[in-house]
Structure formats: structure tokens, C-alpha cells
Unconditional design. Structure first.
Lengths: 126, 132
């Protein structure tokens, strides 16, 4: 008896090759986000409650701006991977599901770009 | 496929809610909530980039009752998702599947998430305006 699903046999395409990529990317970004998020909350608890000059000075430090940019990248990457799974699981209308996934991906890239540029704007002064 | 007469599994509300199932769906729910909450960070960074005036508006917003009512659950969701995510990573390594361990780690995650949230806000209130 073949272990392949009837659909895979009909199509004869075998596995999708990159089957584990989404899973792995989700874990990898999750691992990165654990220290980054702890750092962000601890920093913002001090910085965001202070005045404008304090926040700017904090963000001008190369270590802080670099960590924040990495956090923004990992966060929106992880967010779009997670939302993709949510859409795949709960939206059964195919075109809606695909449209949702594409929109979330574009939105995540847009928000990441805006956030990173905002960080650089402060970090490099203007 | 195509057979609408096949037996269906019992509906969700038949079951007594169990810690494991509740925490599982809470992981998803908190994830979706966190995605919406990323807009707060984007807003804060944009306000900071736009100058002292916009930043003052953002601070007024986050300091208002409404702002705090959003921030508190967001931080709680963040710490819950973070702690439960670590629990998931242990499962990914094949560890912690025994029923007693699953329940123990589940309770630990809830306690840790609440504790970290209280610590974070305790820090924020203690340092208010005082730290560079």
C-alpha cells in the first residue's frame, strides 16, 4: 500500500520540497524574539515613560537602534508567518484565504519598512 | 469528501474546558492580538521620528486611561505568548509531553506571564520620568 495521499498520487508531484521551511522559520524568529522582546519591554518601561530627549538619546545608541531594527524585522516576519497559519486554518474560501495572506504579508513589510526608517531617522538625526 | 452524512465529532461546547485546550487557543488569540498591537510600536516610533510635538501626543495617548487599557493587555498577551512559545519550543524538541508535565508547564506559563507583566508595569511606574 502506498503511503502517499490519493491527491499526491493523482498529481504525481510528490512533496513540496520546502515543506518544513515555514515551520523552521517560525521557530527561528520565535527564538530570536525571546531576548529581543524582553529587552524591548525592559527598555521601554524606562525610556517611554521619560521625556522626548531621553527617548531620542536612547535610540541614538547604535546598539539600541540595531537591536530595535532586528526586533522589527523578526517581529513582522514572525507575525506574518503566524497570521498565514491562522488564515489557512480558519478561512476555507480559497481566494479569500490567499488574498488575506498576501495582504498581511504586504502590510507586514510596509509596517516593518516604516518602523525601520523611523528608527534610522531618529538614530541618524535629520 | 462529498459525503455529508458522515458522523461529526462532538461540538466544542460539549467538552468541559481544559487548561491544555484553553492555553492552546489562547496562544493563537494572543498572537493575533499582538499583531494588531504592533501598530502601537509603529505609532510610537513614528511619533518619535516626527519630533517633540508628535511625541508629546503619543505620550499623552499612552498615558491616558484608554492607552493604559490597551497597553496592559498587550504586554500580558506578549508575555503569555512568549512564555507559552518557549513551552512550544520544548515540545518541538520532544520534551515535556507527559500529562502531568503538560499541566505543570501550563500553570507555570500563566503564573510567569502575569508575574512578568506586573514586573514590567512596576518598573514603568517606579521609573516614571526618572531614568535616562
Amino acid at each position: 500500500m502506498s503511503m502517499r495521499s490519493p491527491l499526491a498520487q493523482v498529481r504525481g508531484v510528490g512533496s513540496a520540497k520546502a515543506g518544513a521551511h515555514h515551520w523552521w522559520a517560525q521557530r527561528l524568529s520565535a527564538i530570536a524574539l525571546v531576548p529581543l522582546m524582553l529587552w524591548l519591554v525592559a527598555s521601554l518601561a524606562a525610556v517611554a515613560t521619560a521625556d522626548y530627549a531621553t527617548a531620542v538619546a536612547w535610540l541614538r545608541s547604535p546598539l539600541n537602534s540595531a537591536l530595535l531594527i532586528l526586533l522589527i524585522g523578526a517581529m513582522f516576519y514572525h507575525a506574518h508567518l503566524g497570521m498565514q497559519v491562522v488564515f489557512e486554518d480558519y478561512i476555507s474560501t480559497h481566494w479569500l484565504q490567499v488574498t488575506g495572506i498576501i495582504l498581511v504579508r504586504f502590510l507586514a513589510i510596509l509596517l516593518a519598512a516604516v518602523s525601520i526608517i523611523a528608527v534610522l531617522h531618529v538614530a541618524w538625526g535629520s | 469528501m462529498g459525503n455529508s452524512n458522515r458522523p461529526l465529532s462532538p461540538h466544542l461546547q460539549i467538552y468541559k474546558p481544559q487548561l491544555t485546550a484553553v492555553l492552546s487557543i489562547a496562544h493563537r488569540a494572543s498572537g493575533v492580538f499582538l499583531v494588531i498591537g504592533t501598530l502601537l510600536l509603529v505609532y510610537w516610533l513614528m511619533a518619535l521620528a516626527q519630533g517633540p510635538e508628535s511625541y508629546a501626543h503619543a505620550q499623552a495617548f499612552f498615558g491616558s486611561i484608554f492607552g493604559r487599557l490597551i497597553l496592559f493587555p498587550w504586554v500580558l498577551a506578549l508575555f503569555y505568548h512568549l512564555c507559552n512559545g518557549i513551552r512550544h519550543l520544548f515540545w518541538d524538541m520532544g520534551a515535556g509531553f507527559e500529562l502531568t508535565t503538560v499541566y505543570a508547564s501550563g500553570k507555570l506559563v500563566v503564573v510567569a506571564a502575569v508575574a512578568l507583566t506586573l514586573i514590567a508595569f512596576g518598573m514603568a511606574y517606579a521609573m516614571q520620568g526618572g531614568v535616562a
